[in-house]
Write a protein that binds this ligand. Structure first.
Ligand code: SPV
Ligand code: MG
Length: 537
């Protein structure tokens, strides 16, 4: 429903409605979230938030800019406190046009002289507008509006200026006849006597709006019983924020630390929520090219690496010192070198030692009796499906061209295999060998090679290479891979399963796993000998 129509319904509903003061996009949004069906663009609050007086010191176009933010931030109607209309009938017409353009539902103008003064500052000394001049302004405003539901509220300041009920009624009658959609009857008394007397005489001629700032002690049911249409809480959000700001500022100035403040203020996450940061993140997934979103890495580093004996008695393998820097920091450097800086590390054994900065840590505290797939699952549970993901091990050093090749490859699931696998065999260690749709050869160059099986125990004649521990999952493959990962983990011994088990499972499900062949430029740290070699890697 149009905001203008929403506001009209508030004015015309047969119950007392409430609108809340707001003075910027944030307060407007907070008002809407609290459940208000409309907002009051208070002149006092708007000028105060600019740090100026409520005397038309801020120009009306400056107010308009802020109203645009308020309107954009909300879906409920705004009634602008338009003071005196910022000039004569001509200025009023332009004001109405500009408000309609910004989706402001209604404007209230008061029968005082420009520049006005807030009604609570020496009200009785304030001159009132000439009735005929003010009626012309109302008529001009009504003639200027394009939307039939745009409302003009005429504010009667007769009580404020020290005139009595008869003057208030005379003015209200004239404004109503000039086309005003409602009358706002204002009073500076601490009791509601003036507005109640007015309403008794006025009856139901048109909706009546009140601002009980000074007669706040009056029970709201009194207003209901008298048939008022709209009640404006005109400045309480501004005042509440001033209290909070003053208290916080003073405490910080005195204490010079955040300790007694932090728990009394909203977390920055709440600021982001109010700003709609989540919506932007969703939009980025839809509209940004994938390359711009970047690629991220998961490093599986939960295991102790017991084969290194004394070296890994306390620290896990990933934190082994390699020529003055931990192995993990060399891995991070290689990723960083190709622009990958979002790195999630799964820790387990000796996790307190795995503490390099700028990494996202996920813990697998069951590392002693679980396998890599559980670690991978822990990491993926904390990540969304928006980014391509490289997976590697915390004990494998590599040249930066490896993550580069994997990122450049467009297929959904990609692994890398070293065709110089026989050299590894010479070192008599266990390795994950791959059998593929095609061996590496000049003829195979450029062809899409698919994984057929990955196994430590392949017969030599079936081996096409040694898997180097890298898997790339495109963002589009993540939901499917998650699903299969969970299926495997749920199986008997699933919690001990390793990455090759996942790859074989995917192949068995006819999900293609592409293989990129390469030679060398990586080092799996499995022995003291490897540690020595790593120094010159
Ligand atoms: C305002 O909120 O700016 C008003 C109401 O005009 S009052 O301050 O009570 O005059
Ligand atoms: Mg005002």
């Amino acid at each position: 429903m149009n905001k203008t129509t929403q506001f009209k319904h508030l004015l015309q509903s047969n119950q007392l409605e409430f609108i809340l003061e707001a003075h910027n996009g944030l307060s407007a949004k907070i008002g809407e979230e609290a459940g208000f069906k409309g907002l009051w663009g208070s002149g006092l609050s708007l000028s105060a938030q600019f740090g100026v007086r409520d005397n038309n010191e801020a120009s009306w176009t400056q107010l308009l800019e802020m109203l645009e933010f308020m309107s954009d931030a909300t879906s409920i109607p705004i009634l602008l406190d338009g003071d005196t209309g910022y000039g004569n009938f001509n200025n009023m017409q332009r004001l109405v046009q500009k408000l309609e353009q910004r989706d402001i539902a209604a404007v209230c103008i008061e029968d005082k002289l420009f520049p006005k003064t807030n009604s609570f500052i020496k009200g009785t000394a304030q001159p009132l507008a000439d009735v005929d001049e003010f009626c012309g302004k109302i008529k001009a405003g009504k003639d200027a509006q394009r939307d039939d539901d745009f409302s003009i509220v005429a504010r009667v300041e007769a009580f404020i200026a020290g005139w009595g009920l008869q003057e208030a009624l005379r003015r209200a009658e004239a404004y109503h006849a000039a086309g005003a959609d409602a009358i706002l009857i204002h009073s500076a008394l601490s009791v509601p006597d003036e507005v109640l007397a007015f309403k008794r005489e006025w009856g139901e001629r048109c909706p009546v709006v009140i601002v009980p700032t000074k007669y706040y002690a009056t029970p709201t049911d009194v207003f209901r019983d008298h048939g008022f249409s709209l009640c404006i809480w005109a400045n309480q959000i501004l005042r509440a924020s001033i209290s909070a700001m003053q208290q916080t500022a003073r405490t910080l100035a005195e204490e010079e630390n955040l300790l007694s403040i932090e728990d009394r203020i909203v977390p920055v996450a709440e600021v982001f929520r109010l700003q709609g940061a989540g919506e932007l993140q969703e939009a980025e997934k839809r509209y940004l090219p994938k390359s711009t979103r970047g690629i991220r890495a998961i490093v599986l580093a939960a295991s102790q690496g017991g084969e290194l004996g004394e070296l890994t008695r306390e620290k896990p393998k990933a934190m082994l010192d390699i020529s003055g820097a931990p192995l993990l920091s060399r891995i991070v450097d290689a990723y960083n070198a190709v622009g990958i800086k979002q790195i999630t590390v799964v820790r387990g054994f000796g996790k307190e030692h795995v503490n390099l900065p700028n990494l996202h840590y996920v813990d697998n505290d069951d590392f002693a009796d679980t396998g890599e797939l559980l670690s991978l699952h822990r990491a993926l549970s904390e990540l969304d499906d928006s980014q391509d993901t490289l997976i590697s091990y915390g004990d494998v050093l590599f040249n930066k061209y490896i993550p580069q090749m994997l990122s450049d490859e467009k297929s959904d699931i990609v692994i890398m295999a070293d065709t110089h696998w026989q050299e590894s065999v010479n070192r008599h260690r266990q390795a994950d060998y791959v059998n593929c749709s095609q061996a590496s050869s000049r003829r195979a160059f450029g062809a899409k090679i698919q994984l057929c099986r990955i196994d430590e125990k392949l017969p030599d004649e079936a081996i096409h290479g040694e898997w180097m521990g890298f898997v790339k999952l495109a963002s589009t493959a993540l939901p499917l891979v998650r699903q299969h990962l969970e299926t495997l983990l749920a199986k008997q011994n699933g919690r001990q399963a390793k990455l090759p088990d996942l790859l074989n499972h995917l192949v068995m499900q006819q999900i293609p796993v592409q293989v990129l062949y390469t030679t060398g430029h990586w080092l799996d740290i499995d022995s003291l000998d490897d540690v020595v070699q790593a120094g010159s890697f």
